[in-house]
Design a protein around this ligand. Sequence first.
Ligand SMILES: C[S@@+](CC[C@H](N)C(=O)[O-])C[C@H]1O[C@@H](n2cnc3c(N)ncnc32)[C@H](O)[C@@H]1O
Length: 248
Amino acid sequence: MSENGNPSDPARPVRSGTPTADRVRGIFSDIAPSYDRFNTLSSLGIDRSWRRATVRAARLTRASRVLDLCAGTGDLTMALATQGRPGEVVGTDFVPEMLEVAREKAAAYSGPTAIAFSVADAQDLPFDDASFDVVTVAFGVRNLPDREKNFAEVLRVLKPGGRYVILEFSRPTIAPWRWMYHLYLRVVIPAIGGILTGDRSSFVYLNDSIRSFPSQSALAAELRAAGFTAISWEDRTGGIVAVHTAVK
Ligand SMILES: C[S@@+](CC[C@H](N)C(=O)[O-])C[C@H]1O[C@@H](n2cnc3c(N)ncnc32)[C@H](O)[C@@H]1O
């Protein structure tokens, strides 16, 4: 299913943007201390409005129990708590160094939502069947070697009628905007990443992974094939990112 090629299948070529768990773990444990600065600089702060759109799509109530996958340094987890105010949000990631930064943010929060973080692989979730109303993920699905496994796990932990909300880089719909954006990805992002972390190559990987990720409609088709229903998406910033919503 993955357009990225399957690393375990020698017959399929592995492109430079292909995620493998070890590679992704190594990248994020190394860049954890500078990840937030990189995000703000590289998106010029627009990422905050993308997260707000994701919280809106989650349609939370005070009773909602939310699971935020690939939570990293916790920006979406905290936006879910402060803007959506659900009963509980659990942020998970498989890189403990990223979650350490997230825990510091949560320590400064004093609102009504219960916030917890735990180490977990988004392809093998340590949660009971039908235990969450909403599952979210921001900029994480692109890094998973096997999206099918993730979709099956999310379907398992969601309650019937629960929503999976995915914020991810996507395909700008207008060609000149797409060309400019791809130039920005190729030139500016590795430069900013290299200056902030000293590791330019990780940012070349991240950019390749953006370019080889499925378009809006292709991701919707994958979600449908996995068993989700009522799939829709909203483009933001001309399709640089899309917020997909899928219902169990
Ligand atoms: C680009 S960061 C996104 C962090 C955060 N959601 C945000 O919006 O800023 C991607 C995160 O996905 C995590 N990740 C990648 N693959 C994962 C997996 N298989 N299971 C859990 N976390 C994973 C990485 O450790 C990293 O923290």
